[in-house]
Design a protein. Structure first.
Length: 739
């Protein structure tokens, strides 16, 4: 066949060779192939038989055109082995073999085996002639066989070690123990009684189990332990009724199971102990309590005679922090030793061993001092684990067995190691807590000192505020009285000027000669005249002086200045009262539209004086609000005053109002000049204005009082500026019945 395949590559092959090869290949299972690797590294399939269709679900021509399509069919877990086998065969020229899985285009999983042998051509090319076959059935059979073997093994493992037939009175009637590890021959068992072969306690326990089985007619289970040449072994006997007054006892050796259960129990107990210790460390800051509880529980877990924690003291003396000891043995809690040689030996032992394991202290090499220490505290076995802080020896967690020598198990060693790590955390945490406590004490002392200082400063500030209030109240009232007196005199002079009754001038003159004798007949004739501020004038002492000519415009400016001073004083007094006592409101349920009309009517003289007009666009059907009419009138007056004092006469106002959720919002818009955003943001704040500022401190006080009044109503106030429309003030008032 190989010759026929090779002939296909020669120019003069026989035309009948190909049909012959095809007929041969069609009768063979699998796919015949011939693979060529030329010296230049070119690789391709020369020939693939028709079995390619059934095996790979590929046409032979497809495989010949690109043999890499096989890689796409190979199972992902087998592709690496496939590629490595080809690479090895190409490199060594040895025969190629491979087994693996493919997944065909239709989704079938197949096991494929490939075999070929290679032959080097005279040209140096390599040709592999080979065969791919389907081995799926064989692989499935092998897998099934393995499963069966596993099941058979499980069944065999389930067969009990021993079977006995035993009578009610405990006599062995029959015995089966083929292959079992039995030290007594079967012929020495049959005919004997339980008491003859078993320890008394085990025989009694077995006798009770037999009676319970026969009486209840139910399965009974009995576990016991027997000494054997291999040590103590655990057994389980399952008893069922097998005849009249006899039972069948199926006995199994459960030593490994018991050991596993005990190991699992100990492991669980160890994990629980570690978790509890870690929880205590996280939740408690009482270091002494944590350490004492730790040694108590570790001793209970290990069933040791003594467990203690020793600290490596910097003063060359070891210190015992906590101990749990059997009362039969001496305590090491108060032990201290100043012998530096012994202490250095102990430190060296712990530092050089991550774990110090001594099963019998009489059998180890130790200094006389260390042996004396073991004898002093009756230590027969010792297990010590260093407590480390980084690379520094911090202390040790130590367990002693005093009653006898002891073999320390890996689980016990592991427990002590993990506990030492937790103890290191606890000690470190405790020290940090002590440092924190000290810092807290220092901080508390500083806080107390600073608090006392602040209280003293507060008392001083309170006294200063009291003095300030007294001074402000006194000065304001004194200034108010002085300004009122000035206004009275200036208004009298202004009236004289307007009526032409000044000395030496007629009514059309802008000047008047004013006598400094304030008690002239002219002055006394007006002693009972009421001044513009509502205060009656009072007689003054006569003072003789010469006449002084005064301009009427000066007198008018003096009156305006005193008016401004009086306004500021009144505002200061009102501000002082509101800051000390709060804004006092007398709220009523009122119609905002009606209230606005009333306020505008009351302000008509002021509006006329400043040639101002108000366009009232407040709707008549607005909901009722809760407000103090008198306080709201102050707000209107102050807002309007701000506008006409910063604009020429003739300013126009527009009054509007809208309803919002639970409140109304009122708008007072003027057509005057605008302000910057910064000025708008600060208009209602309390601060001293610069002399050149647009809003003087006097107006600023009134604006601040506006905000206090609106806030007392539970509303808010603001202002916005528009260069074309001037300023728009807005404030809100709560509805009497919120929507």
């Amino acid at each position: 066949m190989n010759e026929t395949v090779k002939a296909l590559q020669t120019p003069d092959y026989q035309q009948g060779a190909l049909p012959l090869l095809k007929r041969i290949a069609a009768n063979l299972p699998g796919m015949i192939f011939q693979f060529l690797k030329q010296q230049d590294g070119t690789q391709f399939v020369i020939y693939a038989s028709s079995g390619c269709r059934e095996l790979f679900e590929l046409e032979p021509e497809v495989l010949q055109a690109n043999f890499q399509v096989l890689n796409e069919l190979i199972h992902p877990q087998d592709i690496k082995a496939f590629e490595e086998s080809i690479a090895i065969s190409c490199a060594t020229g040895e025969a190629w073999q491979w087994e693996g899985r493919i997944i065909t285009a239709s989704g079938k999983l197949k096991w494929i085996q490939g075999n070929s042998h290679s032959e080097r051509q005279p040209s140096g090319d390599m040709i592999w002639d080979g065969l791919f076959i389907d081995i799926t059935d064989r692989k499935l059979a092998e897998e099934k066989s393995r499963d069966s073997e596993a099941r058979y093994k499980a069944i065999l493992d389930a067969i009990p070690d021993l079977m006995f037939r035993i009578s009610r009175d405990g006599k062995y009637l029959d015995f089966k123990g083929d292959g079992a590890n039995v030290t007594i021959p079967g012929n020495e068992i049959v005919g004997k009684n339980l008491q003859d072969l078993l320890p008394p306690d085990v025989a009694l326990k077995s006798q009770k189990a037999i009676a319970n089985t026969l009486n209840s007619k139910t399965l009974q289970t009995c576990e016991y332990q027997l000494p054997t040449p291999l040590g103590n072994r655990d057994y389980e006997a399952r008893l069922v009724v097998s005849g009249q007054d006899e039972v069948l006892a199926i006995v199994r050796d459960i030593t490994e199971r018991k050991q596993a259960e005990e190991l699992l129990c100990l492991s669980s107990k160890r994990d629980r102990l570690l978790a509890q210790t870690l929880s205590r460390i996280r939740q408690s800051l009482n270091l002494d309590q944590i350490l004492q509880t730790t040694v108590n529980e570790v001793r209970q877990f290990l069933e040791a005679d003594r467990v203690f924690i020793a600290l490596n003291d910097t003063h060359a003396q070891s210190r015992i922090l906590a101990e749990s000891v059997d009362p039969k043995y001496p305590s090491v809690l108060n032990w201290k030793n100043s012998d530096k040689t012994l202490l250095e030996e102990l430190k060296t032992i712990l530092s050089s061993h991550r774990v110090r394991i001594v099963e019998d202290t009489t059998q180890i090499a130790a200094s006389p001092k260390l042996k004396a220490l073991y004898k002093q505290f009756q230590i027969r076995a010792n297990l010590a684990v260093p407590i480390m802080r980084g690379e520094e020896l911090f202390g040790a967690l130590i367990a002693n067995q005093c009653s006898e020598v002891r073999y320390w198990t890996p689980m016990e060693i592991d427990l002590l190691q993990q506990m030492s790590e937790q103890v290191a955390i606890a000690i470190q945490q405790g020290q940090l807590y002590q440092q924190l406590e000290q810092l807290n004490m220092n901080l508390e002392r500083q806080v107390e000192e600073r608090t006392a200082q602040l209280q003293q400063k507060m008392l001083e500030l309170q006294e200063l505020n009291r003095v300030k209030d007294v001074v402000l109240h006194t000065v304001s009232h004194e200034l108010r009285t002085s300004v009122l007196g000035n206004l009275m005199v200036l208004n009298n002079l202004h009236n004289l000027l307007n009526t032409g009754m000044g000395n030496g001038k007629d009514a059309h003159s802008d000047d008047v000669s004013v006598s400094t004798d304030t008690c002239t007949p002219l002055a006394t004739s007006r002693e009972r005249t009421v001044s513009s501020v509502g205060k009656p004038s009072s007689p003054c002492p006569r003072v003789n002086a010469s006449f002084i000519p005064v301009s009427g415009s000066i007198i008018k400016r003096m009156i305006q200045g005193n008016d401004r001073q009086l306004e500021m004083i009144e505002s200061l007094l009102e501000l002082h009262t509101s800051e000390a006592q709060g804004i006092v409101l007398h709220k009523e349920v009122v119609s905002f539209g009606t209230l606005a009309m009333t306020i505008i009517r009351d302000l008509e003289p002021m509006l006329t004086q400043h040639q101002a007009t108000v366009k009232n666009l407040v709707p008549d059907d607005l909901p009722l609000v809760i407000a103090d009419p008198a306080q709201l009138q102050k707000v209107f007056v102050n807002l309007l005053t701000h506008s006409w004092q910063h604009n020429p006469p003739g300013i126009k106002f527009t009054l509007k109002a809208t309803v919002e959720t639970g409140r109304i919002r009122a708008y007072i818009q003027d057509d005057g000049v605008g302000m910057s955003k910064l000025e708008c943001d600060r208009l209602f704040d309390l601060y001293v204005r610069e002399p050149q500022a647009r809003s003087s401190t006097r107006i600023g006080l009134k604006m601040y009082l506006c905000r206090q009044i609106i806030k007392a109503h539970g509303g808010e106030i603001g202002v916005s500026s528009n260069r074309k429309c001037g300023l728009t003030f807005n404030f809100t008032l709560p509805l009497a019945t919120p929507s």
